[in-house]
Design a protein around this ligand. Sequence first.
Ligand code: SAH
Length: 206
Amino acid sequence: MLTQLERRGIRDTRVLEAMRKVKRHHFVDPAFRDRAYDDTPLPIDEGQTISQPYVVARMTSLLELQPSDKVLEIGTGSGYQAAIIAELAHKVFSIERHMSLLQKARKALDEQAYTNVVLKQGDGTIGWAEFAPFDKIIITAAAPKFPKTLFSQLKDQGLMIFPMGEMRMQELVLIQRNGEEAIMKEVGQVSFVPLVGREGWANNTV
Ligand code: SAH
């Protein structure tokens, strides 16, 4: 898997090291375990997916994580992306709307002794005001529009990355906060499940 990531242009050695260290099979359904190290997304419960390793590596490296960073993730899913961030940052706060996924992720993270990942069930589009502001924010589901509340919980000069757009394909957007201004860069095409919530897609549209 690492050779594939390097071949596709992931050069950040800290990210590659984290990808080497975190064992993806712990986060994958037993039925798909033999495919845990393929560079492909895989189904998890509730009709959701664990992201493709290349996309995890790319989004992580674009966040330029520092060991002191406090990071907010929306869409815990399997907990795999949270584990990768936990290797590179100080603390990860991650929100998942499905309780069943949250419980499985908690178990997988506990089994691997990730003590710096805090999880909660809820609508991540409204963020986590209690622990804001965050150095970095990552949304691992597709937002229909600019996520205003999450942006307001980002530190000045902080970075936020998320897929934005329609159901099947989205543009990966990297934002840097500069005062009240968002400096926006499009960094490629991705395919994520929809972000469902108050500032996401309505439940009945997906
Ligand atoms: N980061 C995950 C990938 C998750 S897929 C991993 O590494 O496995 C996207 C997840 O976002 C799904 O589990 C979905 O339930 C969740 N999600 C969608 N909308 C959400 C919202 N408003 N708040 C929190 N989680 C949400």
